[in-house]
Write a protein that binds this ligand. Structure first.
Ligand code: BTN
Length: 267
């Protein structure tokens, strides 16, 4: 549950989006989850600071006040449930393309949805996406897509406990950015891909071009239905329409990976 006391500033509107701004909140995604009954399609919660920011796989998301763009969107697609992965792809594309433009360099995605940059053969994480589905009778009645991007952090403000070395848009460009002006650009891009997906076109072809993971030797840690983890080693040879990573094992078998985490192997 989200903090009941969290008060948004007056709601603003940007095109179809209703934007709820917070100086401080536990988590924008938790706030949307707790308030979903009263929120319309295309609601956004954005915060300067989160006291309990959530990452994938139960991890924390931490950023000093005002240094990261942290927001969550509520969409009500009413799509079949297996299309939930399309939203995750669309969010990754919208963020990576916007950041590539701002940073004037190729910002990519590490499967499934880490926002990364490669520098001298080393990967640095700039942000991530947390997608949560709301379902009813096999229909995706809602999706909460939370995006966190390290924008203005100096090197000493970057989270130190990250699994991948962290970076920020500032650390790669040397410049500070206005967080408020980045949000509408991502929302526009997201909406453009979302409209295309709503008429049946998968974002897969665009998404796979941004994936740093493809063609690489990887180890996937796959989380099973009972939360048990198994590892698959092989070469990431592609993704399918549902964003599953296709790993070719040394026995030549193609293993589709739906959920979990992937590390790129250097040997
Ligand atoms: C990850 O890389 O594990 C995903 C991180 C997602 C963080 C964002 S910040 C805005 C939104 N609110 C949250 O609590 N989490 C997401």
């Amino acid at each position: 549950m989200s903090e009941p006391s969290a008060q948004s500033r007056p709601i603003s509107t940007y095109k179809s989006w209703q934007i709820h701004r917070f100086d401080q909140i536990d988590s924008t995604s938790s706030w949307i989850k707790s308030n979903q009954e009263n929120l319309s399609d295309y609601s956004v919660a954005v915060a300067e600071f989160q006291t309990a920011g959530r990452g994938r796989l139960g991890r924390q998301w931490v950023a000093p006040k005002g240094t990261a763009l942290m927001f969550s969107m509520l969409l009500r697609p009413n799509w079949p449930i297996d299309k939930a992965s399309w939203l995750m792809m669309i969010a990754g594309l919208a963020a990576a393309e916007t950041l590539s433009e701002l940073g004037k360099t190729d910002i990519q995605l590490k499967w499934p949805n880490d926002i990364v940059i490669m520098k001298s053969n080393q990967m640095y994480k700039m942000g991530g996406i947390l997608s949560e589905a709301i379902t009813e009778d096999g229909i995706l009645t809602g999706a909460i897509i939370g995006i966190g991007i390290n924008i203005n952090m100096t090197d000493d403000q970057l989270p130190q406990d990250a699994n991948t070395a962290p970076c920020s848009l500032r650390s790669i460009t040397g410049k500070r950015f206005d967080l408020n002006s980045i949000l509408p650009v991502i929302l526009d891009r997201f909406d453009s891909y979302y409209q295309t997906a709503a008429v049946g076109e998968s974002p897969q072809k665009h998404w796979e071009k941004k994936l740093v993971t493809l063609g690489q030797p990887v180890t996937a840690t796959v989380i099973g239905s009972k939360d048990q983890a198994t590892k698959i080693d092989g070469i990431a040879v592609g993704v399918d329409e549902w964003a599953r990573l296709l790993i070719k094992t040394k026995e030549g078998k193609i293993e589709p990976v739906t959920a979990g985490d992937v590390t790129l192997r250097t040997s």
